[in-house]
Design a protein around this ligand. Structure first.
Ligand code: WTA
Length: 630
């Protein structure tokens, strides 16, 4: 399948994808390995909601990531892994080595009792074994649920329990910068409250001292010795679930987003190749963690489906210093580089002395994802990293969308700083006003929706289809609602303006206000907390907490620390508040709803025009909050 090569062909393809979606996607599906061809390309009903792509088809996604490539590119590097510690040897796994490892580990899963349809939780460092375990689950038809290794024991346990996972795969520890995260200790604590786990498979990574509970815990390296090396892939239906990935919602309970097999496969490969204009032989690096959707779709599945060489980096951008990314680009002659605005801003703030020493001339394409990129950071990225020669693809999408939805195609369609620009072929994006009326034409601003199914869209929230409908399909009738605000400029280009619901995007990570608020409520002196975002120079958004105490604290700093320690323990360190302001009450409507809009304004330092406050129960609270603003 050829990539789209110019703006004209993009327009042609886009029109075709709207006029005959079934034919369009059928053509994108035909080069894959199918055990049985599909009977029906698409059936859908957004009211239920129910969406089925390629029904009747049978396949295994790992045969498409691995087996399919063996003849042509068995010796080509599939995954190039770079360790956190710059002195440690890198590892290269060719397609045939990766295939062998995946088959072996598939057999380990089976010998530990895993079957098709079981849920398996992965809580691991960014090492090749994480990708191997993901693929092994898919190979045997088990549903993987990867939990980011920065989450707390309680968050891990909640996620295991929500999906009733039977196996947990973890490591003794994870290296991150100069720290070690004790993954097995955290897993032990999680398993204390997660009775469904029957086996815990432990990878040796940091050689930390850990507890092994006999009968439950087994070592990866010992298990791998006991199994044979061939593993036939399980035959899956197109609509069989491939994975669950949790994302924050506007209530405290995270949502287990479920993706299915065939549609996800087709869309991640298509979007990977076209957005990044991937060419045979390109070295591709996405700096995300596999614990997030970006890592699922654009470190593991998309690139491997396309037969690319994908780099996997264990460490952080600033260790051992802020030149680490650029050193890796130079040493590996990276052609396509995909990262988050937060990383760009933080590296920019560290100064050019960390960029100048490195030869970045191999770069052809730059990408960003996860949050809006401000114009300053866009220009710095363009000038200092791309040297004015690399198109920047600003890719807008979500855990729920499975793949990139709105983005320029590198060098093919026009770009504009801080605009995600145009929807990909097949994506019928639209803007609506608060009443759900579609805003036609250009130069309009509203809420971003999608009015027609695309192959990689989420199919449900695990165990809660009702919540799936309520959150995404009943806010606006017959449309998928993204939760984002967006404008369309005079040329029809889209610019995402940020969340319009109770989800915060901090350093590109989704956090639910309710999640953090209920963690703070656990403190014995906290009566009520309200969380909002405020503009932060590096993280995009920071977390601002307004806290009401039972007893006025003697030592505010100490209480702030205690509250944040608790958030860190319950939600994980990414949820910690940057600012905590103690207040005696919160602005609420007569029906008791916190008016976050007002709190957001005050947190951002804009106390002049607070807009309509007429529905407030007690207008005087605002004066007090304004005076104490941090
Ligand atoms: C935000 C990450 C502006 C948006 C792939 C979305 C963006 C949420 C962009 C999803 C972008 C993602 N420009 N905002 N290019 N990409 N977002 O589920 O608010 O972790 O709804 O998926 O991130 O975050 P998630």
């Amino acid at each position: 399948m050829e990539n789209i090569k110019d703006f004209n062909s993009y327009n042609k393809e886009y029109r075709k994808s709207i006029k005959s979606p079934e034919q369009f996607w059928q053509e994108k599906a035909s080069h894959f390995l199918w055990r049985k061809k599909w009977d029906n390309v698409l059936s859908w009903d957004f009211n239920k909601p129910e969406v089925k792509w390629f029904e009747g088809g049978q396949l295994n996604i790992t045969e498409n990531c691995l087996d399919r490539h063996l003849e042509k590119r068995g010796n080509q590097t599939a995954i190039k892994w770079i360790a956190n510690n710059p002195e440690e040897q890198n590892r290269c796994l060719s397609y045939s080595e990766l295939y062998d490892e995946v088959c072996r580990f598939s057999n380990v899963l089976k010998s530990n009792g895993a079957k098709k349809g079981d849920r398996i939780c992965l809580y691991m460092p960014m090492v090749p074994e994480l990708a191997i375990a993901v693929l092994a689950c898919a190979r045997i038809g088990a549903i993987h649920s990867v939990v980011f290794a920065g989450f707390s024991a309680q968050s891990l346990s909640d996620r295991i329990n929500d999906a009733n996972c039977t196996i947990l795969i973890t490591a003794d520890g994870a290296f991150r910068g100069d720290k070690i995260t004790p993954l097995k200790d955290i897993s032990d604590e999680a398993m204390d409250t997660s009775p469904t786990i029957q086996k815990c498979i432990v990878l040796k990574r940091t050689n930390s001292d850990i507890n092994i509970k006999s009968g439950r815990d087994v070592w990866w390296n010992e298990e791998i010795e006991k199994v044979h090396k061939n593993c036939t892939a399980e035959v899956m239906d197109s609509e069989d679930p491939l994975f669950i990935l949790y994302t924050s919602g506007s209530t405290g309970k995270p949502k287990g987003i479920v993706h299915s097999t065939a549609g996800y496969m087709i869309y991640t490969e298509f979007s990977f190749k076209n957005v990044f204009q991937y060419n045979e032989g390109d070295i591709y690096w996405c700096t995300a963690d596999i614990g997030w959707i970006t890592g699922h779709s654009y470190i593991v599945y998309g690139p491997l489906l396309a037969g690319a060489t994908t780099i996997m980096f264990e460490g952080v951008p600033t260790y051992p210093d802020a030149g680490r990314f650029w050193k890796i680009v130079e040493e590996n002659k990276v052609n396509i580089f995909y990262t988050a605005p937060t990383a760009i801003r933080s590296l920019e703030a560290n100064g050019m002395e960390f960029v100048t020493p490195y030869d970045l001339s191999s770069l052809k394409v730059l990408g960003t994802v996860g949050e809006p990129i401000n114009e300053d950071a866009w220009h710095w990225y363009d000038k200092e990293i791309g040297k004015g020669n690399c198109p920047i693809v600003d890719t807008w999408w979500q855990t729920e969308t499975g793949g990139i939805m709105i983005s320029n195609l590198s060098g093919v369609t026009p770009s504009k700083p801080s605009f995600a620009t145009f929807p990909l072929p097949g994506i019928q994006a639209c803007l609506v006003d608060e009443n759900g009326i579609e805003l036609e034409g250009n130069s309009v601003e509203g809420r971003l929706c999608v009015k027609f199914p695309w192959p990689s869209m989420a199919r449900t929230i695990y165990g809660d289809h009702n919540r799936f409908r309520e959150t995404y399909f009943s806010v606006f009738k017959n449309k998928y609602f993204t939760g984002d605000g967006c404008l369309r400029d005079e040329n029809g280009m889209y610019r995402i303006t940020g969340r319009v619901d109770d989800v915060l995007i901090v350093s590109g990570h989704n956090l639910g206000t309710a999640e953090i608020e209920s963690a703070m409520d656990e403190h014995k002196n906290v009566c009520e907390a309200a969380i909002v975002a405020f503009p932060h120079p590096i993280k995009g958004n920071g977390v601002y907490a307004y806290v009401i105490c039972h007893n006025s604290p003697d030592n505010k700093e100490e209480l702030r620390k205690e509250i944040n320690d608790l958030v860190s323990k319950i939600v994980g360190p990414i949820g910690k508040a940057d600012k905590i302001q103690f207040v005696s009450s919160l602005p609420k409507t007569r029906s008791g709803k916190i008016m976050r809009r007002i709190l957001r304004k005050i947190a951002s330092g804009d106390t002049e025009d607070l807009g309509d406050t007429s529905t407030l129960l007690d207008p005087f609270v605002i004066e007090e909050i304004k005076c104490g603003a941090l």
